[in-house]
Design a protein around this ligand. Structure first.
Ligand SMILES: C[S@@+](CC[C@H](N)C(=O)[O-])C[C@H]1O[C@@H](n2cnc3c(N)ncnc32)[C@H](O)[C@@H]1O
Length: 310
């Protein structure tokens, strides 16, 4: 009788011990899984284009502006797409820009990255090669995309500038140690897979923003920082009227219950146009003007309707 009792209890103790270990193991696995989901599980993808007004510098400041969660993501002034690549939003993504060649390039990278890589690798790297490749008016989208990325890599300062006929006219850059980051292009292609890429004016892009969506708005800076100069990024200048139209869109986005983050130059003219907005000033280091670069601090404005977390 006694030995049976000992046996049952021994079994119960072993059972309980195993259960506890089992539970401990489950707990440990759960904790690990939770911790893993808190870590940035995504690989870093860098913008694959050099782009005037690129917002890579904003990334380290961005977290404080982001809403805890959001639905669809919109970037109506895509350019080099630094914020999109950083955020890697999980729901529907709408990326647009008025620059048709730029959006076509993204589409080709999304749909046939290997084909584009192959073509770029066929291009030579001398000054003569550059002007030869620049002179082509390719009709196939894939070749156009390869040419676009190649010129962006080899041109002076990576500027996008076209003449009155729409021909790219930026001179050779004499840059050293240029190489195509194929892996990053492949990662960018993955990240673009489910995105909607549309060449269009911001006014049309913003129409599709709905409640709970996040919009990152990075227009060309119409005014130069802290002086009265004008800047043209594109063949079509982003005018003060465009800025006014954009400013009125912010109230519309707020009324729709969407979140927005807009960047702009720190300038009195901007404060006047965006008079309903409370500016948040961000200062960053800047380099202006290629070879004869001037280094200094520059301030920009952020306008957002998202409460700051920190
Ligand atoms: C400052 S850049 C965007 C830079 C981008 N955020 C980045 O990190 O690289 C502004 C972009 O707005 C585009 N753009 C100019 N006028 C536009 C318009 N009316 N509608 C949509 N995009 C426009 C330009 O082609 C340019 O790519």
């Amino acid at each position: 009788m006694l030995s049976k009792w000992v046996f049952i209890n021994k079994a119960a103790i072993i059972n309980r011990f195993l259960n506890l270990r089992y539970l401990a193991l489950i707990n440990l696995l759960n904790t690990l899984a939770n911790q893993l989901s808190l870590l940035p599980t995504e690989t870093t993808v860098k913008p694959f284009l050099r782009w005037a007004g690129g917002k890579k510098w904003l990334i380290k400041n961005l977290r404080q502006f982001l809403p805890a969660k959001f639905n669809n993501y919109h970037e109506p002034f895509l350019g080099g797409g630094s914020i999109f690549f950083y955020l890697n939003p999980s729901k529907n993504v709408y990326l647009s820009d008025l620059n048709n060649d730029l959006i076509e390039t993204y589409i080709q990278i999304r749909d046939d990255v290997e084909g584009v890589i192959k073509l770029i690798n066929k291009f030579g790297s001398t000054e003569q090669d550059y002007y030869e490749i620049r002179s082509h008016n390719f009709s196939k989208s894939q070749k156009k995309a390869a040419q676009f990325i190649y010129l962006n890599m080899y041109s002076y300062n990576g500027i996008y500038r076209v003449n009155s006929n729409g021909g790219y006219n930026v001179p050779f850059g004499f840059r050293k140690n240029i190489s195509l980051d194929e892996n990053n292009l492949r990662l960018a292609s993955q990240r673009l897979k489910k995105t909607n890429l549309i060449p269009q004016d911001f006014g049309i892009s913003l129409e599709r923003v709905k409640k709970g969506d996040l919009v990152f708005i990075d227009p060309p800076y119409t005014v130069a920082h802290e002086n009265n100069g004008f800047i043209a990024y594109n063949q079509k200048l982003f005018s003060l009227e465009d800025q006014e139209k954009l400013a009125s869109w912010l109230n519309e986005l707020k009324d729709r219950g969407a979140y927005y983050i807009l960047t702009n130059a720190k300038h009195d003219a901007i404060l006047k146009i965006y008079e309903d907005q409370k500016p948040i000033e961000i200062t960053r280091a800047s380099t202006i003007g290629g070879k004869n670069a001037v280094r200094g601090l520059i301030s920009e404005y952020i306008f957002t309707n998202i409460k700051q977390v920190y």
